[in-house]
Design a protein around this ligand. Structure first.
Ligand code: AHR
Length: 487
């Protein structure tokens, strides 16, 4: 029996916020240093110290927003260490990530330069855990104040007379853990205090939200502080496979285990949203999933604190499923920031010296760009289940949208490691006369790209979708991600 899909082309109501396709770069391992910043004197081609190959690759993803400087690092970061002449900046110890020395060569000016080069919006996460209200409000003034003040004078003295623009500001990171081990009740009060001194036209203040299924945290934050926030952040990492923790050596059971864990995002978003609905029925406060992704064992021979992992077709599937979930919750999910952009966890790019390779997850983000800012089209799907550890979950995932030019895009994942699926689609209210598509798959489920074989996993043209009136029949190979365009 074919699986069945209805796409309701006449019912689009919510915009898929392009920030769902956001990214996150922390001072952790080789993400910032080597991955993004090589310094002006580097033989690796760069623009004012920022590597050109990575910027060119990321620009193709139309990165809408980049979160920085952490992560756990954010609540140890004192921004004044990262301004002024680089050779005079103090060094600090990166206590969370290997106790390595951080020379602060990448700071506020370099971050805003990176965002300008990428054409994305900056999202700064301020220090609550070991900082002060004054330090945070001065950082915001340093960045945005256009008149004369000690902070804007300091900025001008450091070579930037014009203020920058910033819309997204995080008040601490994981303050329930590495950001100060606070209770929800305590952080809610601290949040209220900090946000009072963060001023700026159009500034969206983002409160630290729950760790995974900590529903109590959401309840308390929404009850006590929803009025003072624009978004509430959720963090969820879907871990790794069951028996094998390896990023690349795994079998079907490990694959299924990770798919089950990735599907948990659906439950988390649904349940946190329903708590938010009680305090904010108009859905003014967005849910920003500002850290998510797969977290595996590090590559052999690398520093365990640097979280450097390979990235396979399995991770691409996690990305595709998660982005479908976010799209389908467009009425509440306003941002997503996969962790992390380069060389850390579920990265878009891996680098080794002057070499760079694109990961399978990168290709999913590239294939999904048409959903950015498009109108979500509701779908109804009937398909077989997969099973892992006695838990069932759907084998397929889908999301659909219509862009400003009227083109409809469908993103489809077949999460079965070995079973192809025939999908029968009813395109309700959609007038299409042609279908084209791309597929990301590979002969084996642990396929990945290396510096020697950088194109083992990359998108190809897809011809197994047949359109006839409002019916569309798609043959989805096992372990594949397909994006179709209907015009
Ligand atoms: O992304 C790695 C770490 O995971 C972040 O620093 C922290 O916020 C989370 O626990």
């Amino acid at each position: 029996m074919p699986s069945k899909l209805i796409v309701n082309g006449d019912q689009g109501r919510y915009r898929i916020n392009r920030n769902i396709y956001g990214h996150f770069a922390e001072h952790l391992g080789r993400c910032i240093y080597e991955g993004l910043w090589v310094g002006e004197g580097s033989p690796i081609p760069n623009t004012r110290g920022i590597r050109n190959d990575v910027v060119a690759a990321l620009k193709k993803l139309k990165i809408p927003v980049l979160r920085w400087p952490g992560g756990c690092f954010a609540d140890t970061y004192h921004w004044k260490d990262g301004i002024g002449p680089r050779d005079q900046r103090p060094s600090i110890v990166n206590i969370h990530w290997g106790g390595v020395t951080e020379n602060n060569h990448f700071g506020t000016h370099e971050f805003f330069d990176l965002c300008e080069q990428l054409g994305c919006e900056p999202y700064v996460c301020g220090n609550v855990g070991s900082g002060t209200v004054q330090e945070m409000s001065e950082w915001l003034q340093y960045i945005t104040f256009g008149g004369r003040s000690p902070m804007s004078d300091l900025r001008a003295a450091n070579g930037r007379a014009e203020p920058w623009k910033i819309r997204y500001w995080g008040v601490g990171n994981e303050n329930w853990g590495c950001g100060g081990s606070m209770r929800a009740e305590y952080y809610a009060d601290v949040y209220r205090q900090y946000q009072t001194y963060l001023r700026g036209e159009g500034l969206e203040k983002i409160a630290c939200g729950p760790n995974s299924s900590d529903y109590h945290w959401t309840e308390v934050l929404m009850r006590e502080a929803a009025w003072g926030m624009s978004q509430l952040a959720l963090h969820y990492y879907c871990g790794t496979g069951s028996e094998s923790k390896s990023a690349t050596l795994f079998g079907d059971n490990d694959w299924l285990c990770l798919m089950r864990q990735a599907w948990k995002m659906e439950e988390l978003v649904t349940r946190h949203s329903s708590i938010m609905d009680r305090y904010d029925p108009a859905r003014r406060v967005g849910l920003a999933v500002d850290e998510w992704g797969a977290w595996h064992e590090v590559e052999k021979g690398t520093n365990p604190s640097f979280l450097y992992q390979q990235n396979t077709l399995r991770d691409a599937m996690v990305a595709a499923l998660t982005l479908n979930i976010f799209n389908n919750h467009a009425s509440r999910v306003t941002m997503g920031n996969i962790a992390q952009t380069v060389n850390v966890l579920q990265s878009m790019c891996l680098t080794e010296g002057e070499k760079m390779v694109l990961t399978p997850s990168y290709h999913v983000f590239a294939m999904y760009t048409p959903h950015q800012d498009a109108t979500l089209l509701p779908t109804w799907l009937e398909c077989d289940d997969l099973e892992s550890r006695g838990e069932k979950f759907p084998a397929l995932s889908v999301s659909a949208s219509r862009n400003a030019a009227g083109k409809v895009h469908l993103s489809l994942c077949n999460m079965s490691p070995g079973q192809a699926v025939e999908l029968d689609c009813d395109l309700h209210g959609i007038k299409a006369s042609s279908v084209s598509g791309k597929i990301l798959s590979a002969p084996v489920i642990n396929a990945h790209n290396t510096f020697d074989k950088p194109n083992a996993v990359k998108p190809k043209g897809f011809n197994d979708a047949r359109l006839s009136g409002r019916r569309l029949r798609v043959s989805l190979p096992a372990h594949s991600v397909v994006v179709l365009a209907l015009a």
